[in-house]
Design a binder for this molecule. Structure first.
Ligand code: SAH
Length: 214
């Protein structure tokens, strides 16, 4: 894959669109400028890679809308060098945005096909997150606690393991709900047992499913 001036121009337009829709964190917008989204899509979708659309990425899954990726990333309030756990590597686009922002990324994907495909692209772009094939409900206890945790599939409930593996002061961003719509939710861990919750409206995600698939 190549990244041409045309692609770069389309990225600038997308960034303007994200800004108009309310994304304010310039570091998030800069990361969108740096990561070529068309690398994560099948060739057939290359021309639309920079429109605010979701696309099929195989195994019945989708790459999230750019606005959704930007919105979730902004909610994380990332600081350089933080440890971030992502549930749902999918295409690897969100993973790459996180890497570009200078945080240490751990990402889990339950579909083997996607875990393998995204790993190739992420590495091709020079990013080095820790990638795992497994079930995100369990989190990644060996590397806990995390400063931030991001769930990129629709969770029927908040998994206890994720709350446990969050640092005190840390932020969990998770779309909650079964069915077609989820409520974007930000949880802040105030103490080992104390959490605050803020909601940010409806989004639409593929479901967070239990156990690993082939
Ligand atoms: N962050 C991705 C979004 C992909 S869609 C991107 O930028 O492309 C959500 C992904 O979550 C899908 O790939 C799906 O297979 C995965 N997923 C669903 N349930 C999961 C679970 N329990 N653990 C890990 N990944 C899961």
């Amino acid at each position: 894959m190549v990244d041409t001036f045309k692609h770069k121009g389309m990225r600038k337009q997308l960034i303007e669109e994200l800004r108009e829709k309310g994304i304010r964190d310039n570091r998030v917008l800069e990361a969108f400028d740096a990561v070529p989204r068309h690398f994560f899509l099948d060739l057939a979708f290359e021309k639309q890679a920079y429109s605010n659309m979701a696309f099929q990425i195989g195994a019945g899954q989708t790459i999230s809308h750019p606005y959704t990726v930007a919105f979730q990333t902004e909610l994380l309030e990332l600081q350089p060098k933080e440890k971030v756990l992502e549930i749902g590597t999918g295409s690897g686009f969100q993973t790459s945005i996180l890497c570009e922002m200078g945080v240490k990324v751990f990402s889990i994907e339950r579909q083997r096909e996607l875990a393998l495909k995204s790993k190739n692209i992420i590495h091709q772009l020079g990013y080095t997150p820790k990638l795992y094939y497994g079930d995100g409900y369990a989190g990644k206890a060996t590397f806990a606690p995390f400063d931030k945790i991001l769930v990129t599939c629709g969770a029927p409930f908040i998994p206890d393991a994720l709350l446990d593996q969050l640092k005190v002061g840390g932020i969990l961003v998770i779309p909650i709900g079964e069915g077609a719509k989820q409520i974007m939710t930000k949880i802040v861990k105030k103490s080992a047992t104390d959490f605050t919750k803020q909601e940010f409206g409806d989004f639409s995600f593929v479901p967070m499913l239990a156990r690993t698939a082939k």
